[in-house]
Design a protein around this ligand. Structure first.
Ligand SMILES: Cc1ncc(COP(=O)(O)O)c(C=O)c1O
Length: 522
């Protein structure tokens, strides 16, 4: 559903043309093809038909390390003088940048040191080690790894390769726009949609495209829980967000760069925000057109294009979406598959209260009619009522959602649409069980903690034994963060001590005690 608040118009800045022209030569001179390939720009027939627009996908998932990041990394490293090259390069990253730097350094025969948080899964450290880089594991999170990389840079005279905030990196990423404009005539392109993390990719693409064809709209896409450029453009300067969501891990950056912000402020037309479910739906869209599974950040542009086309169009001109990477963690596929239908408005989740009397369950099923049921949980509540948690298949773009809710209400039943209720989708659907009547003072919280071996135990130790845990749900989503739903008994006279304990714990959390899904099902 379109959300006008999710877009920010570009703030006026002086001479966008100059900003773009400054980068034109740099992009033309960029060295990337020692490692990168010219990736295809392909028509997406199913998406095009569905969206009523010509959709072209720039297939950066086809690069040797399955993302575009090697372009900027190689151009930066190739620009170093002989002395710097002899000393070697360093970066901090657990993701695509690490692989880009490792591959670029290997091609040039240089030493590469990659600093990664100690929590990095082995599959990622192995991928980088296989490319011949030295791995240094340091710290619990990216900030600690980054600080350590900066120390090693000084101590060992290594050259730091920034993931985005460097003109040579930006210029390397800009070669994507150079290829797009060779592969499809600029006059016939209406917009280029680009995922945004630190902003290197969008800065390079915007600069090159706008220098030659100022009419091409450059649309950035961020996840709703990592709106870094969106906030920076609204504030007129790069801001540091206290935390960002990590589902789209490639773009989970807390602050855009200074140089990338300067370019984006001058040249980016709009930033669109999309939900996790929309990203999952876009992964499915890309799969259906290409049979490739994009990683969440890699699918952001398609999710953003779909959202943007709800209120805009490019007429006869093509819409280009950059599919930026396919380094998908296999464990996540279950979560992606579960959410794709919700994100594409092909499924709705409802909580319905029905009278606990003979025949009422059947009457409810009659209300649903012949609609496909994707999930069904029924739970006796008390002598008077029962709760139903139900998933229904609906037709995207139809009135199905409103019609179902209306029919259930018209039958005198209480109904709540839980399709956008994150707590219900993450936890409640797996644990519908009924109320524990004798539990007093129960409050409900969602927590996140960095996922690693023993993390759950560490989390429980941190919660401590001063307050009783009365409900607990954890399910591994194959992401970097574990997510827990916990009911905790907090007698009123200990409320302020408990609040202090939560603050000291430092785990990101949100209280869910008033969530309707909790009241109905747990
Ligand atoms: C797959 C993928 N897409 C998009 C981005 C965002 O790029 P940038 O940080 O240059 O905005 C990244 C960054 O690593 C990425 O790995």
């Amino acid at each position: 559903m379109s959300n006008p608040a999710a877009t920010v118009a570009r703030a006026e800045t002086p001479s966008p043309a100059t900003v773009a022209a400054d980068y034109l030569g740099r992009v033309l001179k960029a060295r990337v093809y020692d490692v990168a390939v010219e990736s295809p720009l392909e028509r997406a027939p199913r998406l095009s038909k569905r969206l009523g627009a010509l959709v072209l996908l720039k297939r950066e998932d086809q690069q040797p390390v399955f993302s575009f990041k090697l372009r900027g990394a190689f151009n930066k490293i190739a620009s170093l003088d002989a002395e710097a090259r002899a000393r070697g390069v360093i970066c901090a990253s657990a993701g695509n940048h690490a692989q880009g730097v490792a591959l670029a350094a290997r091609r040039l025969g240089l030493r590469a040191v990659i600093v990664m948080p100690t929590t990095t899964p082995r599959i990622k450290t192995q991928a980088v080690a296989d490319l011949g880089a030295e791995i240094v594991l340091h710290g619990d999170d990216f900030d600690a790894a980054h600080a350590h990389a900066r120390d090693l840079e000084c101590a060992q005279g290594l050259s730091f390769v920034h993931p985005f905030d460097d003109p040579e990196v930006i210029a390397g990423q800009g070669t994507i726009a150079m290829e797009i404009l060779r592969q499809h005539h600029g006059e016939e392109i209406g917009c280029i949609v680009v995922p945004v993390g630190g902003g290197g990719l969008i800065a390079g693409v915007a600069a090159y495209a706008k220098a030659l064809y100022p009419h091409i709209r450059i649309i950035g896409v961020e996840s709703e829980d990592a709106p870094t450029l969106h906030h920076a453009l609204a504030a007129g300067r790069p801001l540091r967000l206290p935390r960002v969501g990590v589902f789209a891990d490639g773009t989970a950056v807390r602050q855009v760069g200074n140089e990338t912000f300067r370019v984006a402020q001058a040249l980016v037309d709009e930033v669109v925000l999309v939900s996790t479910d929309e990203i999952c739906a876009a992964i499915q869209d890309i799969f259906e057109d290409t049979r490739v599974v994009a990683e969440p950040s890699g699918a952001l542009a398609v999710a953003g294009l779909k959202r943007w086309l709800q209120n805009n169009d490019c007429g006869e001109r093509a819409c280009v979406a950059v599919v930026s990477g396919a380094n998908m963690n296999f464990d996540r596929l279950r979560h992606v598959a579960e959410r794709a239908d919700l994100g594409a408005d092909r499924e709705m989740l409802l909580a319905v209260t029905i009278p606990e009397q003979q025949g009422s369950f059947r009457r409810f099923c009659q209300l649903i009619g012949t609609r496909a049921v994707t999930e069904f949980n029924y739970r006796y509540c008390d002598a008077g009522a029962a709760h139903i948690f139900v998933g229904l298949a609906i037709d995207p773009g139809s009135d199905d959602r409103a019609e179902v809710v209306h029919a259930i209400r018209a039958a005198g039943l209480k109904v709540e649409d839980l399709s956008r209720n994150e707590m219900a989708k993450l936890h409640v659907r797996y644990m519908v069980g009924g109320k524990a009547a004798q539990i007093s003072d129960e409050r409900l919280f969602r927590f996140e903690f960095p996922e690693r071996r023993g993390a759950l135990l560490k989390f429980l130790d941190a919660i401590g034994t001063d307050w009783n845990i009365s409900l607990f749900h954890y399910r591994n989503h194959g992401s970097d963060h574990g997510r827990v739903l916990a009911g905790i008994q907090v007698p009123t006279d200990t409320a302020s001590a408990f609040a202090q304990h939560l603050a000291d714990l430092g785990y990101p959390h949100a209280e869910e005690t008033t969530n309707p899904a909790y009241r109905a099902f747990l």
